[in-house]
Structure formats: structure tokens, C-alpha cells
Design a protein. Structure first.
Length: 274
């Protein structure tokens, strides 16, 4: 019986591996998806995007078509639709109940909490999302915002997103909801190239000023040139010193000879033919 059980386990492992496509097989499937005309335009003719969607679908056990239909690119970043977040949480099997919503309060204090009961009976709740919070965060007043026309729906969407981040972030894979990504300040996605902006600002001014080199930025060639100039200066200084001291030495020699002759004359041993 134990041997038979082990064989069954071995078969299951082999079947599991057989169901996991290789990279080459996945890319073939992605290429087939890219030729479809009913998938979103971001994926049509783009096998690479389809491959990413296929990989994400395998990670969270979802349909590739469902991923493509609910993954949006906002400010260059992927984001889930709120409906997809809610559906993914509900079908994950991590909770006894689907997501529930509690709305109470009036005016700016009107708010919503998303909640569900976990398998161990614990009540899991999101943070409370209110109209006042939406105003303070700048979501309420944005152009085209649905907060003013459909506040209760937007509160449910945001509460569901917060719930997913708290209790099942692995399902969201670190992505925000589409509404969150749109409502975030554009400044949070701005990455300025200071050098490029400076060049564009100062372009065509008629003056090009190169900054002086610092010791850290001096190149090897510049260092070699400076050293050669220093050596040349030293050699020239030594040569000039030698030229200046040579006549002085000659004068000393002549003076010594004259004194020697005078001494010999005084002794009477002077030879005029010497």
C-alpha cells in the first residue's frame, strides 16, 4: 500500500510538471494570443506583453484573458481594475465569505469599510475610507473624478483595494487599483533629468562655459601634461643657474692665478717664459 501511495504521489508530481509550460512553450502561446483581435490593443501584435500576462495568470491561477482585460497601464505602471481585485479576493478561497461593505456616517464623515470572515472565524476589516479622506488626499477634486457623482461606489472600490493590500497582497502582486493610479499626483511619477533640463534651458545662449576641472574629475592625460610642464620648468631653472654660476667660477680662477704670480715675483722665482 505504501509503495502504491508513493507511486501515486510520483505520478501527481510528474503531471504537475507536465502542466507547467517551458519558456519556449509559453512564448508560443503568447504569440498565438498576440494574433487575436479580441484582446486589448496593448496586447495585439505584442507577444512580449502577452507573455507577461500569461506569466501573471499562472502565478495567481487566473485566466490569461482575464488578466489582459483587467490590467491597465497608468503613467507607465500596471494597475488592476477594482472589479478584478474584488473578484480575485472572492474566489481565492482565503475567506469564508465574499467581501462585504459597511457604509455609515454623513457628509465628509460618510465612510466605508470592506470586511470578510477568514477561515479561522476572524473578522478582517479594511481601513475606513471617507469622503473627508478623499478630499484631503486630492481624489475628490480631480478632473473627471467619479467621487462627486458616485461616491459610494468609489468608497467600496478603494476599501476593497486597501483590504487586498492588508490581507492578501500576494494576489495583487504589489499593483494598485486603476482608480488609485489615476488619482495619484502626477508629481509622484515624475523623474526629472536635471542635466537634460539644464542643457535645454541654456541652449542657444551664445556662450559655452566649461566648468573648471576638480581633482576628482582630472583625467590621466591632464595630470601627465601638468607633470611634464613642471619637469620642464625645473630643468630650465637649473640650466639658468649653471649659466649664471659659470662666469663666477672663471673669475675666481683668474684671481687665484694672479695672486700666485705675484707671490712668485716676490720670491724672485718669476720666470717670464712660464
Amino acid at each position: 500500500m505504501q509503495e502504491q501511495s508513493n507511486n501515486q504521489v510520483q505520478v501527481k508530481k510528474e503531471d504537475s510538471n507536465a502542466l507547467s509550460p517551458t519558456v519556449a512553450e509559453s512564448f508560443k502561446i503568447a504569440t498565438a494570443f498576440s494574433k487575436s483581435t479580441i484582446i486589448p490593443k496593448d496586447y495585439q501584435g505584442n507577444a512580449a506583453n502577452c507573455y507577461i500576462a500569461l506569466d501573471m495568470a499562472q502565478r495567481i491561477n487566473a485566466s490569461p484573458m482575464m488578466i489582459m482585460q483587467n490590467l491597465y497601464i497608468v503613467n507607465g505602471r500596471p494597475a488592476w481594475s477594482s472589479q478584478f481585485i474584488i473578484a480575485t479576493i472572492n474566489k481565492s478561497g482565503m475567506f469564508k465569505t465574499p467581501l462585504q461593505y459597511k457604509i455609515d456616517g454623513e457628509g465628509d464623515n460618510k465612510g466605508c469599510i470592506a470586511w470578510a470572515i477568514s477561515k479561522d472565524g476572524t473578522t478582517c476589516e479594511s481601513m475606513r475610507v471617507t469622503i473627508g479622506l478623499a478630499k484631503k488626499e486630492g481624489w475628490y477634486g480631480k478632473n473627471g473624478s467619479k467621487w462627486q457623482t458616485m461616491p459610494e461606489l468609489m468608497m467600496r472600490y478603494r476599501a476593497a483595494s486597501f483590504f487586498g493590500k492588508l490581507y492578501c497582497p500576494e494576489l495583487l502582486m504589489g499593483f494598485q487599483s486603476q482608480e488609485e493610479a489615476i488619482e495619484l499626483s502626477e508629481a509622484e511619477y515624475t523623474f526629472e533629468d536635471v542635466n537634460a533640463n539644464t542643457i535645454e534651458k541654456n541652449a542657444n545662449t551664445g556662450e559655452v562655459v566649461a566648468p573648471p576641472p576638480t581633482p576628482e574629475t582630472t583625467t590621466k592625460d591632464e595630470k601627465a601634461t601638468t607633470k611634464a610642464k613642471e619637469n620642464k620648468t625645473i630643468v630650465e631653472t637649473v640650466s639658468e643657474t649653471k649659466q649664471e654660476t659659470k662666469p663666477e667660477k672663471q673669475d675666481v680662477v683668474e684671481e687665484f692665478k694672479a695672486k700666485q704670480k705675484a707671490a712668485e715675483q716676490a720670491k724672485g722665482s718669476f720666470d717670464p717664459y712660464a
